[in-house]
Design a protein around this ligand. Structure first.
Ligand code: B12
Ligand code: SF4
Ligand code: SF4
Length: 385
């Protein structure tokens, strides 16, 4: 393709991307993220991925996009802004202890579905106008979207490891179109974090061993969404009322002051998910969970993991009226929920926990829940001493 033709195509591509709702677009060569290999391998070697075995098992494809698709010549990286409205402070919910905090990205429809259909439409446009073969990806494939987006000039990976843009701050979803076309590559963005460390300092669970490095095992986003077992005891209190994801490190980034509110109506917060009541969420059965979270990313956890998170938030609420909900969850069919309920009731009303222990503890068949009983009763004895 001649220089003039490819420059025209790039302009038209940007216009077509904007028409699909993407605020920012850049092009990168598949071999542009060679630095990511060492960092990624260290992350896996240190176990930072926790139980996300799918990250480790696909590492070669992640660090080298040609392993994923040998024919790829250029990668078009796209960013879609999902910034909250300016009057809506994403951290304000954290003080409403009877309510659950669902992170901003998960309060509307599932972005995977919304973005995938936009990527497909844009890819069809590209094939119709320039030919070539294409594949589209958002989040779930073995693609390192952040380093690719940084190399394509969309922004830089901030100290919280997410992509930050000078124009859109930290609230950008990323997506990729792989193409067999040779398109002119953009230049990488440089790091504008400077001496700032606001995201590192606000993290409630100290999940950053160093700037630019995350230990996912300590991250509330990982714990509430990806982690399948009981939440480690020492991380339960710092979770507060965060029941699905966490926005703290994104929300404090000073570059958000340039961000506009997201324009995509499907991603806008549903009224029911802005500040749901913990008591109501704790009463969701499978069918009610699926109905409430239809088309929402929250459905990913399934009901039991979600109610486990709700039980932890109840334990952190300091609200005696919620003790009755924790007590009801002691009878739940899921050991994951029962274990979290033991902890929650122990925090809210240790005396009541001791009173009902004879009834529930004796008939408990799950080892991890029995361990929760031992730990919670030990703690309440220590508190009495
Ligand atoms: C696994 C994953 C997670 C995991 C791990 C997160 C992580 N930071 O790795 C968990 C479940 C914790 C998670 C949480 C979140 N996620 Co997530 N996640 C992913 C996923 C699927 C893969 C990311 C990955 O490859 N991680 C592996 C690590 C090693 O890669 P990395 O973060 O790029 O690490 C780099 C740095 O550590 C750097 N580095 C390391 N050491 C050093 C040292 C120096 C000196 C330097 C300069 C750099 C450096 O190099 C590494 C390689 O580039 C991507 C989608 C995708 N396919 O890319 C979404 C993705 C990253 N997630 C996303 C989002 C929105 C989130 C949350 C904000 C959701 C929420 N509100 O709860 C949080 C943010 C938490 C955080 N602080 O990162 C978006 C981020 C968009 C953006 N603007 O960046 C993505 C891109 C999905 C999407 N398509 O939009 N996520
Ligand atoms: S998402 Fe929350 S817990 Fe995870 S690193 Fe950011 S501030 Fe820490
Ligand atoms: S909060 Fe500060 S250090 Fe963190 S990503 Fe934003 S600018 Fe960088």
């Amino acid at each position: 393709m001649s220089g003039a033709r490819s420059a025209d195509l790039k302009n038209d591509l940007t216009t077509a991307a904007r028409a699909q709702g993407f605020e920012t677009v850049g092009i990168v060569r598949p071999d542009a993220i060679s630095d990511a290999r060492g960092y990624f391998e260290r992350f896996i070697a240190e176990g930072g991925h926790g139980d996300m075995a799918w990250l480790a098992s696909t590492s070669e494809r992640r660090v080298n996009p040609r392993e994923l698709w040998p024919d790829v010549k250029s990668i078009i990286m796209l960013g879609l802004n999902y910034g909250p409205e300016h009057e809506h402070d994403p951290l304000a919910i954290l003080t409403q202890r009877e309510r659950g905090a669902i992170s901003i990205y998960a309060q509307g429809d599932d972005y995977h579905d919304v973005i995938k259909s936009r990527l497909k439409a844009l890819a069809r446009w590209l094939v119709a106008n320039a030919g070539g073969d294409v594949k589209v990806f958002v989040d779930t494939a073995a693609v390192m979207e952040k380093p690719l987006a940084a190399a394509a000039g969309l922004g830089w990976q901030g100290k919280h490891t997410n992509l930050v843009s000078r124009q859109h701050g930290s609230w950008l979803f990323l997506g990729a179109i792989f193409t067999t076309l040779e398109l002119p590559a953009d230049t990488a963005e440089v790091d504008h974090c400077g001496t700032c460390r606001a995201c590192l300092d606000i993290c409630p669970t100290n999940a950053f061993p160093a700037p630019y490095r995350l230990d996912a095992r300590r991250c509330i986003s990982y714990l509430t969404i990806e982690h399948k077992g009981p939440i480690p005891r020492e991380l339960r209190a710092p979770m507060g009322n965060r029941i699905y994801g966490c926005d703290d490190c994104l929300a404090v980034c000073p570059w958000n002051k340039f961000a506009q509110a997201g324009r995509e109506a499907k991603l806008a917060a549903r009224a029911t998910l802005r500040a749901p009541h913990l008591g109501e969420l704790s009463r969701l059965d499978d069918a009610a969970f699926r109905a409430l979270f239809a088309k929402s990313p929250v459905k990913r956890t399934g009901r039991d993991r979600f109610v486990r998170n709700v039980a932890i938030a109840i334990g952190n609420s300091g609200e005696p009226r919620l003790a009755i909900e924790a007590e009801r969850l002691l009878r739940d069919g899921s050991p994951l929920v029962r274990g979290a309920a033991v902890w929650a009731l122990g925090r809210l009303d240790p005396k009541r926990l001791a009173d009902v222990a004879a009834e529930y503890r004796a008939r408990e068949t799950d080892v991890s829940v029995s361990d929760e009983w031992t730990a919670a009763l030990d703690e309440s004895l220590k508190a009495d001493a």
